[in-house]
Design a protein around this ligand. Sequence first.
Ligand SMILES: [Fe+2]
Length: 386
Amino acid sequence: MPIYHRLGNIPSKRHIQFEKPTGGLFYEELFGTIGFDGMSSLLYHHHRPTQVKEILESISTAPKIAVDKNIASRKLIGFNVAPAQDFLDSRVTLMVNNDLHIGVAAPQQSLRTYYYKNADADELLFIHKGTGTLRTMMGNIPFEYGDYLVIPRGMIYQIDFDTTDNRLFFVESFHPIYTPKRYRNHFGQMMEHAPFCERDYKLPQQLETYDETGDFLIKIKKQQTLHSVVYAAHPFDVTGWDGYNYPWGFSIHNFEPITGRIHQPPPVHQTFHTDAFVVCSFCPRLYDYHPKGIPAPYNHSNIDSDEVLYYVDGDFMSRNDIAQGHISLHPGGIPHGPHPGAMERSIGKTETHELAVMVDTFRPLMLTEAAMKIDDGKYYQSWLEK
Ligand SMILES: [Fe+2]
């Protein structure tokens, strides 16, 4: 998405004959979004990308809703979600609305036995624990602790883990995921006041190209259903591509915090934008330096958005009893703020080591049955004076 990129071999001009060294022509595919108006790339395949051989079973992945109208602030214990060997089996959806699904996963094994495509949603994977390589039809991206991986809808991928103790926080977004518009100039370039820039992007490299035919299983997620489809050619058969629509990564550790003399509002932490929610990165930073500054945030009412915070590392100065992998939900309609004692505790502090990912949704979230299993059930009362 972020900048023009190309990998492998492509012809000198689009939509012209591109001959294989062994004879015959490569097969061009436009890989785009929003009709022909959104970002797109042109891919050159060894084989036609349309060769469906068989359609096997379809399995519902629709989340089972436990609470559809939520007013309670909640704390979910993310690390209480059990690990699973398979990448897709390990993904547990916790909070949903018509715009996005939010969840966590603890996959233990690399995904190598089939290919996966989410046809409905851009996926944002945040790597909390583990290292490995995202392998896609448009190239590979090595990942490590702190990486966001943005995988546009329709991307066929597998994922390799070097480790077995892996923890991911993920968002499936039914709206395209972009960088914040206010940080981009008319030409799309990140401007000087942005907290990150193009040099920070992890672009796909190492294009894997397999000129193979046979039986290749792709599990395609579409309309809350996982369809198993067998293709007759290897899904990673792209000899080259160029364009703007491709998977990319960004390390939260490369987010340069914007600070001030008095408390800066959450938008300074914004990292990603969609039409229906934003994603913010809370990173280690110096605190406010006004002599009477209060580093802890003020109480705030998200009247029209739900706020999800995924706690990654460090100290969480505005909260009591918060640990790695915890997920707080502060629903719209009621105010929230520092826990008792946290405001006073923050005064005089000069820096924070907190690391957290926030997702603010513009429409209310529903909670799944899986979420209720890891809900501590008492967080909503945690602001009472003792
Ligand atoms: Fe908040």
